[in-house]
Write a protein that binds this ligand. Structure first.
Ligand code: FE2
Length: 288
């Protein structure tokens, strides 16, 4: 696997070589302060798969404890609220487009973790000091968390045998996967994610998340590192609280990142109850 082979695959072979239209429309809605729930309903009405998923989500026990049947997109949107509809739609729009050989990577686990990191990134943001809140654009947090590891998925889809060997080596040697990737190929899934985000014209902050989520201290763009730090911390909390942490995917501890984010390591324990709720929510989305 060479860098050029990967770039060729990202351009033509990857299922998400181009983002779904509805994703781009929802991304615009999420970033427009004047948008409202009607805008989302319009997008969902033109995407039957998305509409069906939102109906199923709004009838799930997690979001519909009263058990009233929701049969219209408008009803679903009203019940879930603008933010949840946009976030779930963004997630579903991407998740449904990708299929890979499950013997290489457990896709359900992958998306559970990505969705949990997306939601936790927003929670961690709320706990940061005010001066950092003004630097980070909160609307980017969910997408940043959801797609931070998209480079890994692309590599598994395009180069499964090499990635299976890489994961096995990382586990056998007790090394993080990105270190083995760099040793074997000269680049990592972070580089691949950054290239994809750039190709999709996603904002530069998001490109930094894809490119530095495992080693935020190496990012030199001071303006962008608060967002990268938040996704790193959310990922760390998810992993630390996981019942079966796999060393190859476990983030390294960078105390400096926690310090400069104004957050305490005690947060890992205090978020464990919240994580149960988050996991239930990710399961509701994934069962759609
Ligand atoms: Fe990663």
């Amino acid at each position: 696997m060479t860098r050029q082979q990967v770039i060729d695959f990202l351009t033509s072979g990857f299922a998400l070589a181009n983002l779904p239209d509805s994703f781009m429309q929802l991304q615009r809605i999420a970033n427009d302060p004047h948008s409202d729930i009607e805008d989302v309903v319009e997008v969902a009405k033109r995407d039957s798969e998305l509409a069906a998923s939102l109906l199923k989500l709004s009838n799930s026990s997690l979001y519909n404890s009263a058990g009233d049947e929701i049969s219209t997109i408008e009803g679903a949107a009203q019940l879930l609220g603008l933010r949840k509809v946009v976030e779930s739609s963004l997630a579903l729009g991407v998740i449904k487009k990708i299929d890979i050989d499950s013997s290489c990577l457990d896709l359900c686990c992958f998306w559970k973790r990505s969705l949990a990191v997306a939601t936790l990134s927003e929670d961690v943001y709320l706990a940061t000091p005010r001066h950092l809140k003004t630097i980070v654009d909160p609307k980017l947090l969910y997408t940043a968390g959801l797609l931070h590891d998209i480079g890994l998925l692309a590599l598994v889809q395009g180069f499964a045998p090499e990635m299976v060997r890489t994961v096995e080596t990382a586990i056998a040697e007790g090394l993080p996967i990105q270190e083995v990737e760099y040793r074997e190929f000269g680049f990592t899934h972070q580089d691949v994610g950054r290239i994809l985000f750039k190709k999709w014209n996603l904002p530069e902050e998001l490109q930094c998340v894809a490119g530095y989520h495992h080693n935020p201290i190496e990012l030199r763009r001071r303006l962008f590192y608060p967002l990268v730090d938040l996704v790193y911390i959310a990922d760390y909390i998810c992993c630390a609280s996981s019942r079966q942490p796999v060393s190859a995917f476990k983030p390294k501890m960078y105390e400096e990142v926690w310090r400069r984010s104004g957050l305490s390591l005690d947060m890992i324990d205090s978020f464990s109850d919240r994580l149960d709720e988050v996991v239930a929510s990710t399961e509701a989305i994934l069962s759609c």
